[in-house]
Ligand binder design. Structure first.
Ligand SMILES: [Zn+2]
Length: 272
């Protein structure tokens, strides 16, 4: 080995060592499910949840799930569920009170990621006025446009009026810049719908659907609800999401399907 070769091989060793030490120092990431309400009885999903008349008479227990992601010393909320005023399907405990049990205050939440503008995902967003709002650009434009059916802009007043920071997302967003928490562009249910990828050191990658699918049977058969804004976009998003799930060998969690609650440790425990 001549001197140049020796220098080169030493450099390779050093670069490899540096890369290893960077990944060894990566911020620890954890994921906690927060209960954000539950329907009192199983829902007949044949009625509105299939535009091909599938699932006639099938009843599925639907729930409302929110999540807390911890990345080092930073916190992110994913979806804010039903409001406390949602009657029988309202959360038993508010997100603020659930976070208090984890010794986390609303002011510590750096980002609040919203999968889409439907009221059962946005009900408690106004509890986090200091957080930067991450929301699909297509949904943000609807929230800022003329009043539309099924769109409740009121909880977003803080951000719509310029009182809080907002990042309207035209595509994916690598939230902490290290690939561990990525908001994925999965339009179709609404124009700017997004899903979430969280890569945990122990449990491995976790994919959280948003409303890309509401229950297992629709996910498994690429079913499309009657009220989605774009059928073709929904199918393309399902195709992408399923390929990511397969390539990463990810755990897929359908937020509304009560059968998926047990895929994460029960509150207050976190998946790591
Ligand atoms: Zn929805």
């Amino acid at each position: 080995m001549n001197r140049i070769e020796k220098t080169l091989s030493l450099s390779v060793v050093l670069i490899t060592w540096c890369q290893t030490s960077v990944s060894a120092q990566a911020a620890p990431v954890s994921l906690t499910r927060l209960d954000c309400g539950t329907n009192t009885t199983p829902t007949d999903v044949g009625a509105r949840m299939s535009d091909t008349y599938a699932f006639n008479g099938l009843k599925v227990q639907l729930t409302f799930s929110c999540y807390l992601v911890r990345h080092g010393d930073d916190y992110m909320i994913w979806d804010t569920g039903n409001p406390m005023t949602a009657g029988a399907s309202a959360p038993k405990t508010s997100m603020v009170d659930l976070l208090a049990q984890l010794k986390v205050t609303p002011d510590q939440i750096k980002y609040v990621g919203i999968s889409h503008y439907h009221g059962d995902h946005t009900g408690q967003v106004s509890s986090f006025p200091r957080a930067t709002l991450l929301i699909g650009k297509g949904d943000w434009e609807v929230l800022n446009g003329p009043k539309a059916p099924g769109v409740n802009a009121e909880p977003f007043t803080n951000w719509v009026t310029g009182g809080g920071k907002v990042e309207p997302l035209p595509g994916d967003r690598d939230v902490f810049g290290d690939g561990s928490v990525v908001v994925l562009n999965t339009p179709g249910h609404t124009p700017g719908h997004h899903s979430l990828l969280v890569r945990l050191a122990g449990m491995g990658p976790v994919l959280i659907t948003g409303d890309l699918a509401h229950f297992h049977e629709n996910y498994d058969t690429n079913g499309v609800p009657t009220f989605n804004t774009d059928r073709a976009a929904t199918l393309a998003s399902l195709d992408r999401f399923k390929k990511i799930a397969a390539n990463l060998k990810a755990t897929v969690i359908i937020q509304h399907d009560a059968r998926d609650i047990g895929k994460l440790p029960a509150f207050p425990a976190a998946a790591r």
